[in-house]
Design a binder for this molecule. Structure first.
Ligand code: ZN
Length: 96
């Protein structure tokens, strides 16, 4: 099991998501929906309007691609990470 570099706590795996709220999205406040599950301040997504995207890592490989118009070759990787369950420290890494 991986350990937190800061406090030695347990690290739990996760991934980074970008939450994209489209225009016109309506998030019901907990006040207007008594009795519904959910944490305060979290809001309850109204369905349909919510989408999530994974953030990717992009880097230049140092190589050139193309043989007519040369441009920097780039590669993208998915970012995953681990969060310390004790202190909240997040460690990110991009795997090829
Ligand atoms: Zn920690």
């Amino acid at each position: 099991m991986a350990e937190c570099p800061r406090c030695g706590g347990e690290l739990r795996e996760g991934e980074v998501l970008a939450r994209v709220l489209t225009l016109g999205a309506q998030v019901m406040s907990p006040l207007s929906s008594p009795g519904m599950l959910g944490m305060p301040g979290m809001g309850i997504p109204n369905g349909e309007t919510k989408s999530e995207e994974t953030i990717i890592w992009r880097e230049k490989t140092g190589r050139k691609k193309g043989w007519l118009a040369k441009s920097d070759e780039e590669k993208t990787m998915k970012i995953t990470g681990r969060r310390c369950m004790k202190c909240g420290y997040i460690e990110l890494y991009a795997q090829e």
